[in-house]
Design a protein. Structure first.
Length: 254
């Protein structure tokens, strides 16, 4: 069930205030930042607190980390994912595929099977790195995503096709999420000082919102900040805000 005011509460202390009450229902938000900025914890908190506080089923998809590692990370902040999984409120799944066609097929199967209210994908960067195409020509407008990007075989596609492939992949994923009325966070890793919010430079334009995380070492301390770059269909409080990790997850100073 979603919130009555058509907002999805993130469960992240201070974030909903910046979002005017929460993420607009059925939105897809890009959570971007460099290595070690806290993206995974944000995603886990969104899923865990959604189940614990708001009774919403959450699916956490990872491509690099094993499910056990994700559960261990969550436990550090008091979120017992195993218990939530037993209750059918949370599902953690690792998709160990190498071709984007297979990744999309598996992700679609998980979504249709588990029927989540909210989703976190860690990370869309891994999905885009897997994008490749068959060598034979075809009509891009009529081609199915799986046909265009293939299965396991590596293809010698010209580099300038990468953007077309990724754009079609993102459109298909967004369409699936909208069809199933899922509010989603897509995690993206970017290099420090990058002018883009996604490695592929495409996802940020397709998503409904962008949240940017940064971490800067000042002396012996690590200063972590969050900025709501954009969020469609909602007023947002602009500016850069500090956040910290507590025993119960992320807390943003507003």
């Amino acid at each position: 069930m979603h919130c009555g005011d058509m907002r999805v509460k993130t469960g992240i202390s201070g974030l909903d205030k910046l979002l005017g009450g929460g993420i607009p229902e059925d939105s897809v938000v890009l959570l971007s930042g460099g290595a070690g900025t806290g993206k995974t914890i944000f995603g886990l908190q969104f899923i865990a607190e959604g189940a614990l506080k708001y009774g919403e089923r959450g699916l956490y998809v990872t491509f690099e980390e094993k499910e056990t590692k994700i559960r261990e990370q969550a436990a550090e902040f008091g979120w017992n994912l195993q218990e939530l999984e037993k209750k059918g409120m949370v599902r953690v799944v690792n998709i160990s595929k190498f071709a984007i066609g297979e990744i999309l097929k598996e992700l679609s199967r998980e979504i249709k099977g588990f029927k989540p209210d909210r989703l976190a994908v860690d990370s869309v960067t891994d999905m885009c790195l897997a994008a490749h195409a068959r060598t034979r020509p075809f009509d891009l407008d009529k081609a199915e995503v799986e046909e265009m990007i293939g299965t396991q075989e590596r293809a010698g596609t010209p580099l300038d096709w990468d953007g077309i492939i990724i754009k079609k992949m993102i459109i298909e994923l967004m369409g699936l999420l909208q069809e199933k009325h899922i509010t989603a966070i897509l995690i993206s890793e970017v290099q420090r000082d990058s002018p883009w919010y996604s490695r592929d430079t495409i996802t940020e334009f397709a998503c409904d919102g962008i949240i940017m995380l940064k971490a800067v070492s000042i002396g012996g301390d690590m200063q972590r900040t969050v900025e709501i770059v954009k969020m469609r269909n909602t007023p947002i409080e602009g500016g850069i805000y500090n956040f910290e990790f507590t025993g119960k997850g992320v807390r943003i100073s507003t």
